[in-house]
Write a protein that binds this ligand. Structure first.
Ligand SMILES: [Zn+2]
Length: 290
C-alpha cells in the first residue's frame, strides 16, 4: 500500500496546486475530490513528514486521511489539524482499506478550552474519543456532527453547565449510533411506565442495567445484571437529556441530586459498549459534583 499511496499523494498535490476552492460549493466534486466540514478527532504520525488524520465530516462520516507534509515546519495545513479544530477540508476519497488523501484543510474554529479550565479541556478530549470510538468509517451522521460542533463550542465559550453539555452529548452520540439505552419501557417485557402501575416507579425508583440495555420494571427486576437503582431525579434527567431534538435541551443548569447516579449510568453504558473504558474516564470525576 505504501508505494501506491505515496504515488497518489504526489499526484494529488500536483492537482491541488492549480485549483482554488473559494468558488466551489460544499460537497461538489472536482477532479475526484470531495469537500466537507470536519472535526479533527485524532492525529497520528505516519512518516517523518506526514500524518494520518481521523476526521468526523458532516456529510461523509468518519474518515481516515493521509495529510502529506503535515509534520513539516511550514505545513500546508497549518493549525487546521489540531485536535477538535473545526475546518473545511478537501480530500480524495479512497475505497476499501486505502486511506483518503487530504489535499486542503482550512481552519474555521480552534478548540481553546485549555485557556478556561482543565475539566472543559478533558471533556473536549472525551467528546473526540467517543466520536472516534462509537462511529464507523463512512457512516454519515450530520445531526451528530452538528451536536458535536455545538458541544465543542459550549465547552469552549459561554456559560452552559459542563455537566449538562457533556450528558446531552453522551446521550446524543448513543442515540445516533443506535446504542441509546431503553429508558421509557422495560428492556425485558416492554411495558411502559404509563401503561402499568409499576411498584418501583410508584415508590420513586428505577432499576437500570447497562449490560441489559436499559431500565427494568419491578416484575422483571430479578433479571437485571449489575444494576443501578436510581431515584426519580436522575431518571428524569436521563429522559430529558436523551430527547431526540437535542436543540431543545436546556444546558444552562443541571438537575439537583442527579449528577452522581447519572454519571454511573453513563459510565457503565460506555464501559459496556466499548472494549475498554474510555481513556478520558478518570479525568471526568468533577462531573459528579452536585
Ligand atoms: Zn418488565
Amino acid at each position: 500500500m505504501g508505494l501506491w499511496t505515496v504515488g497518489a499523494v504526489e499526484i494529488a498535490d500536483q492537482n491541488s496546486e492549480s485549483k482554488g476552492t473559494s468558488d466551489r460549493k460544499r460537497g461538489e466534486t472536482a477532479m475526484g475530490t470531495e469537500q466537507d466540514d470536519a472535526i479533527v478527532l485524532r492525529v497520528t504520525p505516519w512518516s517523518e513528514t506526514s500524518c494520518v488524520v481521523t476526521l468526523l465530516t458532516r456529510q461523509q462520516g468518519k474518515r481516515a486521511l493521509v495529510a502529506k507534509g503535515a509534520r513539516r515546519p511550514k505545513s500546508p495545513f497549518e493549525a487546521a489539524l489540531d485536535l477538535l479544530s473545526l475546518c473545511h477540508v478537501v480530500f480524495i476519497p479512497k475505497t476499501g482499506d486505502a486511506l483518503d488523501i487530504l489535499t486542503e484543510a482550512r481552519l474555521q474554529r480552534r478548540f481553546r478550552a485549555a485557556s478556561r479550565d482543565l475539566l472543559r479541556l478533558y471533556c473536549g478530549y472525551y467528546v473526540a474519543e467517543l466520536l472516534d470510538r462509537l462511529t464507523d468509517i463512512g457512516d454519515s451522521h450530520p445531526e451528530l456532527f452538528d451536536l458535536a460542533v455545538a458541544t465543542i463550542e459550549q465547552l469552549d465559550t459561554g456559560t452552559a453547565d459542563v455537566r449538562s453539555v457533556v450528558l446531552r452529548f453522551e446521550l446524543g452520540v448513543l442515540r445516533h449510533t443506535g446504542h441509546l439505552p431503553s429508558l421509557e419501557r422495560c428492556v425485558e417485557c416492554g411495558v411502559t411506565w404509563e401503561s402499568s402501575t409499576d411498584e418501583g416507579e410508584q415508590q420513586g425508583w428505577y432499576l437500570f442495567s447497562a449490560a441489559g440495555g436499559g431500565v427494568y420494571c419491578t416484575h422483571c427486576k430479578d433479571r437485571a445484571r449489575q444494576s443501578i437503582r436510581m431515584g426519580a431525579a436522575p431518571y428524569r434527567a436521563l429522559l430529558a437529556y436523551s430527547q431526540p431534538d437535542w436543540r431543545r435541551i436546556d444546558v444552562d443548569t443541571f438537575p439537583d441530586n442527579s449528577a452522581r447516579v447519572v454519571r454511573r449510568v453513563v459510565r457503565d453504558t460506555m464501559r459496556h459498549l466499548l472494549d475498554r473504558p474510555p481513556r478520558m474516564e478518570p479525568y471526568l470525576q468533577d462531573l459528579q459534583r452536585s
